[in-house]
Write a protein that binds this ligand. Structure first.
Ligand SMILES: [Zn+2]
Length: 144
């Protein structure tokens, strides 16, 4: 199994007013030369969790940090005018919390942060403060 020390949150950088399906995402990433979607998980606006690649497969979402990380992406991140914005729907937020807590249970040493929190990243992704919001989440346990 890979050693995971980072769980990195992303946005798809698509306008909240348009739909960007998992199929469209996959086609986009394949066009960039990836074997499949670069993220491990993709959460659409309806809150549905799409598994994109297995966790033991190295992702393609954060240069220099792929080997030891899991990539999680939500659909959106741009407002209707194409400006970076936190466009997470309540359903996406709920799914994100559940997913991140499950990942925390599997990888207790992993830090949760946003793509923009990595050094040398000069983009807004994921357009919210993932570290402040999620890094202190409690791992999901079987009793809950
Ligand atoms: Zn990103």
């Amino acid at each position: 199994m890979r050693h995971i020390n980072l769980i990195i949150c992303h946005c798809s950088a698509t306008r909240v007013t348009r739909d960007f399906s998992p199929e469209a995402l996959e086609a986009c990433h394949k066009a960039r030369g990836f074997t499949t979607t670069g993220y491990h998980y993709y959460i659409t606006k309806d809150g549905h969790l799409h598994k994109c690649r297995p966790e033991d497969m190295i992702g393609a979402h954060a240069r220099r940090y792929n080997a030891h990380s899991i990539g999680v992406c939500y659909e959106g991140g741009l407002d209707a005018n194409g400006k970076p914005a936190d466009t997470r729907t309540p359903a996406q937020k709920q799914t994100l919390i559940t997913l991140l807590r499950a990942l925390k249970a599997d990888y207790p040493d992993a830090q949760i942060l946003g793509h923009r929190d990595l050094p040398w990243v000069c983009k807004a992704c994921p357009c919210f403060d993932a570290r402040a919001e999620y890094n202190h989440l409690k791992p999901l346990t079987l009793e809950q």
